[in-house]
Design a protein around this ligand. Structure first.
Ligand code: MRU
Length: 323
C-alpha cells in the first residue's frame, strides 16, 4: 500500500490521489479552486461518500480563503454541494464548514480540518465494531463479497466496508474476498482489487452479474458494502449492483452488512425513493461496444430496501432493520 492520504490539506490547497489514473499509476493532484474541485468530483478523481464529505468541507475552506465576502463563499459552496447528488456526505461536509462562515476563515478551517482528521478515527472505529459483530456470528475464517470501492480510496484512509474486511484480516479471521468489478467505471476492478492486493488479502474479481451466483454457490458467508446515503427508514443507497447482492444474501440466509459513518445517515430523507439517484453520461455504458446511437440508462446507484439489510454499522451503533 502507498502511504498517501486519498484526500488531504497542504498549506493552501487540497491534495488528492487522482483515482482516474489508478491502478496504472499513483498520481496526486493539487486543487487550488472550488471549480477545480468540482471537476475532480464529477470525473470521480475523488469519490466515495466519506471522501466526498471531506472534500465538501475542505472545498468550503478553499472558498473562505479566496474571498472575505460570506455571500461569495455561500455561492461557491452551493455549486460544490450540487457537484454530485446522491452521497449525502458531500452536502453534509459543505454544510458543516459553511455553518462557521460568518466567523471567518479561521473558524471554517478548524471545522474542515476536524472533518478530515475525524474521518480516519471514525472509519477505524466502525470497522472494529463491524468486525466484532461479524465474528460474533460467523465461524472464522469466513469469506465475503463486496461491491464498488469502500476502501481507503473512498475515505481519507482505512475505509468502511473494505476497512471492516481489513480489520477481520488483521485478526487472522478472513478467508477470501470476492470483489464485484462494478460496471461501468470499474471501481471494484481498478480500485478494490488494487487495495486488496496491497493489503495482502486473498481475492477474486467477478463481473457484477456473477455476484449473486457467488452467494448462491456458498462461496461467501457475508456481504459487506458501504453506503452513499441511509434513509431514515433504513433503506440503503449504494453503487448500482448492490441491491442484487442483498436479494441473493436474503435468499441464501447470509448477513448483508452495511458499514458507513453516521454522516451517511440522513434523517431528513424518509426512504430510498426520496433519494436523487445520479444518472451519468450514457457513453460510460455504451463505450465502444454498442452500436453508435444506442441509448443507455446509466443509473449510478440503487436502493436496497431496509428489510433486506441485516445490519448497519456506524462508529456509534449497530442498527438491525430486519428485526
Ligand atoms: O460513484 P462512486 O465511486 O463515488 O460510488 C461509491 C460507492 O458507491 C461506495 O460504495 C460508497 O460511496 C461507500 S464508500 C465508503
Amino acid at each position: 500500500m502507498i502511504d498517501v492520504r486519498t484526500i488531504d490539506w497542504q498549506s493552501d490547497h487540497i491534495v488528492i490521489i487522482d483515482q482516474t489514473r489508478l491502478p496504472a499509476e499513483v498520481v496526486t493532484r493539487n486543487l487550488h479552486t472550488v471549480p477545480g474541485l468540482i471537476d475532480a468530483i464529477r470525473s470521480l478523481a475523488v469519490r466515495g461518500a466519506p471522501a466526498l464529505g471531506v472534500a465538501g468541507a475542505l472545498g468550503v475552506m478553499l472558498a473562505a480563503r479566496s474571498t472575505a465576502d460570506p455571500d461569495e463563499v455561500r455561492a461557491l459552496a452551493a455549486d460544490l454541494r450540487a457537484a454530485r447528488p446522491t452521497a449525502v456526505n458531500l452536502a453534509w461536509g459543505v454544510d458543516r464548514a459553511l455553518s462557521r462562515v460568518e466567523e471567518g476563515p479561521g473558524a471554517v478551517e478548524a471545522v474542515a480540518i476536524d472533518t478530515l482528521e475525524a474521518d480516519v478515527r471514525l472509519n477505524r472505529a466502525l470497522a472494529a465494531r463491524a468486525a466484532d459483530w461479524l465474528l460474533d456470528r460467523l465461524p472464522a475464517p469466513f469469506n465475503a463479497i463486496t461491491h464498488c470501492n469502500a476502501g481507503a480510496l473512498a475515505c481519507v484512509e482505512w475505509g468502511t466496508a473494505l476497512g471492516v474486511l481489513r480489520a477481520v484480516h488483521e485478526r487472522g479471521a478472513l478467508g477470501h474476498v470476492y470483489a464485484d468489478e462494478t460496471r461501468p467505471l470499474l471501481q471494484g476492478a481498478r480500485l478494490t482489487a488494487w487495495e486488496l492486493r496491497g493489503l495482502g488479502i486473498p481475492h477474486t474479481l467477478v463481473v457484477d452479474s456473477a455476484g449473486p451466483s457467488v452467494i448462491a454457490r456458498g462461496l461467501v458467508q457475508a456481504v459487506v458494502v458501504g453506503a452513499d446515503r441511509i434513509a431514515a427508514n433504513g433503506d440503503v443507497v449504494n453503487k448500482i449492483g448492490t441491491y442484487p447482492l442483498a436479494l441473493a444474501a436474503a435468499r441464501a440466509g447470509i448477513p448483508f452488512v452495511v458499514a458507513a459513518p453516521e454522516s451517511t445517515v440522513d434523517p431528513d430523507t424518509p426512504d430510498g425513493a426520496a433519494v436523487e439517484i445520479e444518472v451519468r453520461d450514457p457513453a460510460e455504458v455504451t463505450g465502444g461496444a454498442a452500436p453508435a446511437g444506442t441509448d443507455a440508462l446509466n443509473l449510478a446507484f440503487d436502493v436496497t430496501p431496509a428489510d433486506l439489510v441485516t445490519a448497519i454499522v456506524t462508529e456509534a451503533r449497530v442498527v438491525t432493520p430486519m428485526r
